[in-house]
Design a protein around this ligand. Structure first.
Ligand code: ADP
Ligand code: MG
Length: 401
């Protein structure tokens, strides 16, 4: 049983370290989508209302060192606006400055620590290093609340070791996310379709094998589709491709056929001469990417219009749909059509439609869809996929009695 905030008792004057996922997309230090900040507000408000001293901690991006452009300072500012109360920002996540700032908090006040991943121990493979960092974080707090759903599949210091050191509870966001994902894993209404896309190619190819026994249809677009097309013997120009995954992908296609799972692939692709918003572009057949007048060095940046129709039809005729990963480089309007078509189709599902993944959720909002027209928009991409696969997630395990 997951320990939730209901079991945390009286929180007045308690120092609570709250692990959130405030990993928002940024462009020149401007937050382009604040969905993950807004998704974290409910738990923060619940804690401040209970009189707790709230120390919010999060990562941002994948910094290798202290990269100024991955500072959480702009997030502190936005959080302050959305909360309507002062958010004190600590320029380090641990150490004397962080300790002084967090110990000065009064009941109901909020602080945000700098990017946890500026400390390499946060994501270290060495459990000793992670534990040492977690002890520094734990020293500032009486209890820990875990609410960063997007990272619960990671065995990282602030997600896993920290939760072992002091009393720890799941926050309201994690509770809400699990409620919906449980619906998908227990008895999904059929047809059940999963749509995969995005750019974390090998991560996502890896989940296909586990999802195949559970779903009726699997539609694949986005950056990962080129590894699949390659596995089918087609050339893909300079498109995103993971050569070392081609062989495994071939096995997965065979496995799908054996299981009777329908694999839906794009029949046409929107190719571009370069990776840019205003690149010359053209629709070509998926098996002829290198054959157009744009030459062989082209990049596939979206699924084509025919494919968009096929994908949309597969989605809207399903009663359970889970979608993770944009169908194309939706940040460029010329390559947002596939993503738009799939999102639109999800709003027409007569049943449960779930969007998972930071960029997919951001895409839905950036393309102007009303969040209320989706069954659920999950803040976690990798985490929700691993949950659907039936894997045990370390960041949840540690919150279980
Ligand atoms: P999510 O955060 O929803 O899990 P990912 O992080 O895996 O999704 O991928 C999101 C990114 O994938 C977007 O920034 C998008 O531009 C990129 N993407 C989608 N299709 C392609 C493509 N064909 N080539 C390159 N990048 C792509
Ligand atoms: Mg992403």
């Amino acid at each position: 049983m997951l320990r939730t905030l209901n079991a945390a008792g009286d929180l007045r004057s308690k120092a609570v370290i709250l692990r959130c996922d405030l990993n928002v997309p940024l462009s020149n230090s401007e937050i382009t989508d604040d969905g993950r900040i807004r998704a974290s507000l409910a738990t923060i408000k619940r804690l401040t209302a209970a009189g707790a001293r709230v120390i919010v901690a999060s990562h941002l991006g994948r910094p290798k060192t202290q990269e100024a452009e991955l500072s959480l300072a702009p997030v502190a500012k936005r959080l302050q606006e959305l909360l309507g109360q002062d958010v004190k920002f600590s320029p380090a996540s641990t150490g004397s400055e962080a300790e002084a700032l967090t110990s000065s908090l009064r009941d109901g006040e909020v602080a945000l620590l700098e990017n946890l991943r500026f400390n390499a121990a946060e994501t270290s493979n060495d459990p000793q290093q992670r534990a040492a960092f977690a002890r520094e974080l734990a020293a500032m707090a009486d209890i820990m609340v875990s609410d960063g759903f997007g990272v619960v599949h990671r065995k990282q210091a602030s997600v896993y070791e920290l939760a072992e050191l002091i009393p720890s509870y799941a926050g309201l966001l994690i509770e809400a996310e699990l409620k919906v994902l449980n619906q998908l894993t227990t008895t999904p209404s059929r047809p059940y379709t999963v749509v995969l896309g995005g750019s974390k190619v090998s991560d996502k190819l890896a989940v296909i094998g586990h999802l195949l026994p559970k779903v009726d249809r699997l539609a694949i677009g986005g950056g990962m589709v080129f590894t699949v097309l390659k596995a089918m013997g087609h050339n893909v120009g300079k498109s995103l491709l993971e050569e070392d995954q081609v062989e495994t992908t071939r096995d997965l296609l065979k496995q799908a056929a054996d299981l009777g799972v329908q694999i839906i692939l794009p029949t046409d692709i929107e190719i571009a001469a370069s990776f840019s918003a205003d690149a010359v572009h053209k629709t070509v057949q998926a098996d002829a990417i290198e054959d157009s007048e744009l030459g062989a060095d082209v990049l596939g940046l979206d699924i084509g219009p025919d494919s968009a129709k096929i994908f949309a039809e597969a989605v809207s005729s399903s009663t359970t749909v889970f979608w993770n990963g944009p169908m194309g480089v939706f940040e460029f309007p010329n390559f947002a059509h596939g993503t738009k078509a799939v999102a639109e189709a999800l709003t027409n599902v007569n049943g449960l439609s779930v969007v998972g993944g930071g960029d997919s959720a951001a895409a839905v909002r950036a393309l102007g869809f009303d969040e209320a027209n989706f069954g659920h928009i999950s803040t976690g991409g990798g985490a929700s996929l691993e949950y659907l696969e039936g894997k045990s997630l370390p960041g949840l395990e540690v919150l279980n009695d």
